[in-house]
Ligand binder design. Sequence first.
Ligand code: PMP
Length: 427
Amino acid sequence: MKKYAELSLEELIAERNLLQKQYNEYKMQGLKLDLSRGKPNSDQLDISLPLLSEARPREKCFSINGVDCRNYGVLDGIPEMKQLFADMLGIKTEYITVGGNSSLQLMYDTLARAMLFGVLGSRRPWCKEEVKKWICVTPGYDRHFKMTELFGFELISVPMTPTGPNMDMVEAIVKDPTVKGIWCVPKYSNPSGNTYSNETVRRLASMECAAPDFRIMWDNAYAVHNFRGECDQLLDIFTEAEKYGNLDRIFYFASTSKITFPGGGVAMLAASPANLNHIAQFLGVQTIGYDKLNQLRHTTYFKNRTDLDKHMKILAEFIGRKFDITLRALDKLRGLDIAEWTEPNGGYFVNLNVMPGTARRVYNLMSEVGVVLTTVGATYPYGIDPEDSNLRIAPTYPTDDEVGLATEILVVCVKLAALEKLLSNKA
Ligand code: PMP
């Protein structure tokens, strides 16, 4: 097949008519499919069921340092849960405070604290700043962007590249003292699936920021979520930041949401001991302690990193299959010069860029057939994709057959939208 842009008017019309016919056939099927959110399929959740079925007699309710996990107390988490996170992420246990069931909530709390009380070393609450700005790497995670928008930050877009954010731009932007921070999903990024290079991590850790209270929100949500033989490697940002005297710059988040149960897992915040000390005074007012029984459940199931790796390998087969199906479908777009997409080694998403000016049309075509996609623009600040070209594909939730059908339809819709655009350009 020739590139679409090289087709004559007659060829464009013939191709459009052919695809329109296929599209109409899908429409008659009354489908109800969902490629919109990075949620596991229920068969995948079954893999973690032993976590819940384990009987817990009295003697199994104590942490390794003798704490009765059925009771109040221990604000920062039981030692074995800290150890599990430390082994999972390659960071020090001293940096870790264990939270509840959601890392997103810890991110919100962290920002809310900074808004109300300021961060360590700078007592000026961020809510007192007349102008405050935040860097958003795009395309990125919609919930991050909404959070900083809600708190009144002006959102600044910086494009994602295969090695992380465009660092020349980031380094220039942080010269502005009103820029308070940046969102980063450093490994198998949402939605690109790319991992930050060593150079990117070093530059983020060492860059000179005009705001003394600048913070990096390091959301390592997909740290162990590989589904190919080769795993991406991510440099430890704490080690790098410490070298440059910027250890306090890092707020690091992770959870077991996409390891065991989304909404039923364990989350953590990691930061320098000085930051943790500062935070503890506020945390202690907020809660008497998080759910230690769930921490115990997790550390009973995952005794060590080896157990965790074994579990992730089983998930990888599951998830990898859905990505293979998706990529096989997208392959049918190759050579037409109307789309490009990422082929990640892990994470939950494929980033699909369609012909500029057609993403919304693809979304509408898909929803008319009964396939839900992530809302167009959601991957950009304020929900606006300036090019109208980015689509986030989340293949994990439907069954394999459903992913196959949904991505087949996606290919038809991407082609159809491109043909309509090319034809309207010729009109
Ligand atoms: N961060 C990123 C980048 C995510 O993709 C998600 C889930 N979609 C979350 C955080 C949510 O994590 P949690 O369940 O721990 O709140």
